[in-house]
Design a protein. Structure first.
Length: 442
């Protein structure tokens, strides 16, 4: 029956592909990418199922009934929900599965982005919007279905089902604000170079307004207005995504007959949403006590070195992929910090023209507790270990892993602490990231 279902799925994708080829080359390329993604995912699942079967036979040969039952239970959870197993015997198989899935997802992501760009350039805005909406649904599906190789991904509190969506909303706002401030800084350099002191003062006031109030009225400067329009557009899009998440969750709660929770979220939505982040304590840390971990990879001619703003800790990384010959590598890194109820982006370390960034982000109430790196002379790939925040420490017994970004070259190094707070990153870069380590509070 499973084989029949898979065959039917691939048949439908093939029909879509043939139909698309006859009318729309952009849609044809996207349909081919979807078909390739489906085949790659199924191949990865098949490999993991074989690993399950081999492990069951191996344990059964020892007469360990409880061990066999435990593995079969994990296999049932994988078949029914896609939940990855935590059995030590399957760790290598799970790692291989996750990397194959991540590569397949990355390939389809690139295809979606190319289709949106091509439709936009052809002024086919309706088609571009439809593909972008489908792409956002696909990205949500990646995040919802990703599971760690060890430990379990923490579920959100039933009392606060919107915490994750609000976290993404705040991160999107912070990214938009950072880009706007960068545009103002660029304009400041231009007018300062021209010796226009009065305009420099005006721009500095604008920057202060954006920094403190998060918004800016229209100005007479066309370049600042263009940047402001992009900023406001990004803010609107973030609000629309959050509203969509609210509506979906309200519908899910109503179908589950949780009418009281649904009504509360509907009130939040109609009142403009309760968008506060889950606040973490402001940590009183002494910077002179911060110490670096060992570095993974090489050093690189340009330095990576920064720590969180006072009272903040590292909660994620934005990572872009590059290529070294035919292998995926890490092209750039950018830290994401949390200070109380605010996200702060660190400096982007990498070459001027980077590819799309992938966000490795801790769920609400968690922070970065370690990093697992594949590296030789350069950083080939990274994944983060997230741990629950417990006061001024992290709980290493309540942890999970992020997705893996990059390629499989180099050797693996684990820099995972026993609960120390991670407050920064260091290393080196040039055309890609050569070396990477963490700065911790011991």
């Amino acid at each position: 029956m499973r084989t029949l279902a898979i065959s039917l799925t691939l048949f439908v994708l093939a029909v879509d592909l043939v139909q698309a080829q006859s009318s729309d080359p952009i849609q044809a390329a996207l349909a081919a990418a979807k078909q390739g993604h489906q085949q790659a995912v199924q191949a990865a699942r098949s490999d993991l199922v074989k690993a399950f079967e081999a492990a069951v036979k191996e344990i059964a040969a020892t007469g360990d009934l409880n061990g066999v039952k435990a593995l079969l239970s994990e296999k049932d959870a994988f078949d029914a929900k896609g939940q990855l197993p935590s059995a030590p015997k399957l760790e290598n198989a799970v790692t291989a599965y996750r990397k194959l899935r991540q590569q397949a997802d990355a390939d389809l992501t690139a295809a979606y982005q190319a289709a949106v760009k091509q439709y936009t350039m052809a002024l086919k805005i309706e088609e571009a919007t439809a593909v972008d909406r489908e792409f956002q649904d696909f990205r949500e599906g990646i995040q919802d279905s990703s599971a760690p190789a060890t430990g379990t991904t923490p579920s959100l509190s039933a009392a606060d089902p919107m915490a994750d969506a609000r976290q993404k909303y705040h991160l999107a706002l912070n990214e938009a604000k950072t880009r706007f401030l960068e545009a103002i800084d660029q304009r400041l350099l231009e007018v300062a170079g021209a010796g226009d002191l009065e305009t420099v003062k005006v721009l500095q006031e604008m920057k202060e307004t954006v920094t403190t109030q998060g918004q800016l009225a229209a100005t007479a400067d066309p370049k600042i207005n263009a940047a402001r329009n992009k900023y406001e557009g990004a803010r609107r899009q973030a609000r629309e995504v959050l509203s969509g998440a609210y509506r979906k969750t309200i519908g899910d709660l109503e179908r589950s007959k949780k009418s009281e929770q649904a009504a509360k979220l509907l009130d939040d939505l109609q009142e403009g949403q309760n968008v506060a982040l889950i606040k973490i304590p402001r940590l009183n840390l002494q910077t002179e006590r911060f110490v670096p971990t060992p570095i993974c990879g090489g050093k690189g001619p340009q330095e990576i070195k920064e720590t969180a703003p006072p009272g903040g800790i590292l909660v994620g990384l934005k990572v872009s992929r590059g290529k070294f010959i035919n292998n995926d590598i890490v092209q750039s890194v950018q830290a994401i910090y949390q200070v109380e109820d605010e996200f702060v982006l660190g400096k982007l370390y990498g070459p001027p023209n980077i590819g799309p960034q992938e966000t490795l982000m801790a769920r609400p109430g968690y922070a970065v507790g370690g990093i697992i790196v594949r590296a030789g002379l350069i950083i080939d790939g990274v994944e983060l270990v997230f741990m629950r925040i417990r006061g001024n420490r992290l709980d290493a017994n309540d942890s999970y892993k992020s997705a893996f970004v990059g390629g499989n070259g180099g050797g693996e190094t684990k820099l995972v602490g026993a609960g120390q707070l991670v407050v920064g990153i260091f290393g080196g870069y040039e055309q890609n990231v050569n070396g990477l380590g963490l700065i911790v509070n011991p």
